[in-house]
Design a protein around this ligand. Structure first.
Ligand SMILES: O=CC(=O)O
Length: 359
């Protein structure tokens, strides 16, 4: 729990009057900024987050985006003191920036995917990283299932039909198809993929998955390659991280294997799919539909799909709810506290060998 945050206070029924007194008292015993552990906030100037306010009393936060100095000279002048860095959402964090920070040991990514961070550089330096899939998994999974239901039952299309006054003209709105008992293949069985599987099992779907390795304790059936997964299932749901190996993992062969009745849902990253090819398959009816929360060149979406009723579009929002953002704040706070007191971290991965974090 983060001391002093609004929602926690409400949950714990703290009287606001006590709080004012408590915070007055705390002010006196708060350590000065110099005694607090230093944390660098790495963000695009357009990205803001309540995290800053939440962390401020507990850490000496450095935020180059707030400084009039160019970021590189700001970083160089604080380089020695920075052992921990928060990388806000998908702010690119390349080798060049990382090399300005020779004392860096720990990166807290506030995203589930970390394809915007130079993992090679981190790996070479033994930098430890945590991601945010623990905070986001349930909401991302709900969203993936919602997209699948929407595509199958044509809900967004039905909404447009009613709003356009077409119901009065034509009572014969085309039927969608049943979700229950469908065969669903999940690409990437990390935290998000597993939550998707749990939810769809409850709908009576059969669940299979592809991931780098078979997971011994998972009740779903494993396919070692994505073409076989597509061939054997009615829908594919993409929940894997974007890496060199997964870039365009959904290619012609996979789309052909999925077939005319097949549906694809993407809550991972746009570049998991060869997007131009997907548009062709959708336009020609060579697959049945798609639910897309992510795109290759966000926020640009291929214009052709705007005309297609078999596609549900969403602006990269699957992970976000007020609750998931609160969970994220807790996770970041807990991990920073743990790091500076040598306690175990949550959602941690040491970037070793060919290992990538799960989403
Ligand atoms: O897509 C969002 C994330 O990776 O957190």
């Amino acid at each position: 729990m983060i001391p002093g945050t609004k929602n926690n206070m409400e949950r714990n029924n703290i009287n606001p009057q006590d709080l004012t007194m408590a915070s007055d008292a705390n002010q006196e015993c708060f350590p000065s900024n110099d005694d607090l552990p230093t944390v660098l906030l790495h963000r695009l100037p357009s990205f803001n987050s309540p995290l800053k306010e939440i962390l401020q009393p507990h850490f000496h936060l450095l935020d180059p985006a707030d400084s009039p100095e160019p970021a590189s000279s700001f970083l160089s002048s604080h380089a020695k003191s920075v052992r921990a860095l928060i990388c806000l959402y998908n702010t690119p964090l390349g080798a060049e920036t990382l090399r300005l920070l020779p004392s860096l040991e720990f990166i807290v990514a506030t995203s589930a995917g970390v394809d915007h961070i130079d993992l090679e550089e981190c790996r070479g330096r033994g930098i430890i990283m945590t991601n945010a899939s623990k905070a986001f998994a349930e909401d991302a999974a709900d969203y993936a299932v919602a997209l699948l239901i929407d595509v199958c039952r044509r809900i967004s299309t039905a909404d447009r039909y009613v709003r356009a006054g077409l119901w009065q003209v034509n009572r014969d709105y085309p039927l969608g198809f049943k979700l229950g008992r469908k065969r669903v293949g999940i690409v990437g069985l990390g935290r998000i993929g597993f939550e998707v599987g749990k939810r769809l099992e409850a709908f009576g779907c059969s669940i299979a998955y592809n991931s780098r390795q078979k997971k011994p304790s998972v009740p779903f059936s494993y396919h070692a390659n994505v073409v076989d997964l597509a061939e054997d299932n009615d829908a594919l749901i993409l929940c894997c991280p974007l890496t060199e190996q997964t870039h365009h993992i959904i290619n012609r062969e996979v789309l052909e294997a999925l077939g005319k009745e097949g549906v694809i849902i993407n809550v991972g990253r746009g570049a998991l799919i060869d997007e131009k090819l997907l548009v062709k398959f959708l336009s020609r009816g060579d697959i049945a539909g798609a639910g897309l929360d992510v795109f290759e060149n966000e926020p640009d979406v291929p214009r052709e799909v705007f005309e297609l009723d078999n596609v549900v579009l969403s602006p990269h929002r699957a992970i976000f709810t007020p609750e998931s953002l609160e969970a994220l704040n807790e996770l970041v706070f807990t991990n920073l506290k743990a790091f500076f007191s040598n306690k175990p971290l949550q959602s941690v991965f040491k970037i070793e060998g060919k290992d990538y974090p799960v989403m």
